[in-house]
Design a protein around this ligand. Sequence first.
Ligand code: HEC
Length: 173
Amino acid sequence: MKHTKLSIAVFAIIGLLILFISSCKYGNVEGRFETEIYNKAKSTDGYVWFKYSAISLQKSAGSGHEQPLLKTRYNNIASAQLDSLGKIKTGAAFPEESMIVKELLDNNGDIEVYAVLYKNSKHPNADSKGWVWGYYNKNGTVRISSSLKGKNCSGCHSQSLNEDYMLMNKYYP
Ligand code: HEC
């Protein structure tokens, strides 16, 4: 009898340990994805601003984002889809490794949130069009997990006049 109780306890402990270790591992993989995207989004190296201007814009009437000001930039791959005015070309299709970052700013112009669209169709968190949707606080903590595959974002970004999900042209003509 004593023996049975002991083995039940041992099994229970082993079971809990396995659960604990596997959840840590999962957490790390998720965390690594988010950190990679956040780091790419945070760096401004090689980025080009919408309309080639780093000026802060008032958020538009259609914005799904709470902060009052914003600035949008395109990495060196995405920026090939901009025209001579720095707007997105009609019919644009962003190639793999394109990254578009919208900096959401408070009233002082300080960054609060990075909203990210990252084209990487092989990424485990990519949606059916190959885009990964990231949403990070300034310090890198995740605000909305990219594992949700843009569930909170893509409906609004699929509205009329989007170009490969992009809405800047529509709201800042
Ligand atoms: C209710 C509508 C709505 C929702 C929901 C929404 N957005 Fe947006 N988003 C916009 C609009 C409108 C713009 C154009 C700039 C502005 O006014 O904010 C925009 C701009 C952007 C841009 C700049 C690129 C471009 O041209 O569109 C990125 C990146 C972005 N959003 C990411 C996200 C992410 C990530 C989410 C989900 C966590 C999200 N958005 C949810 C409406 C929305």
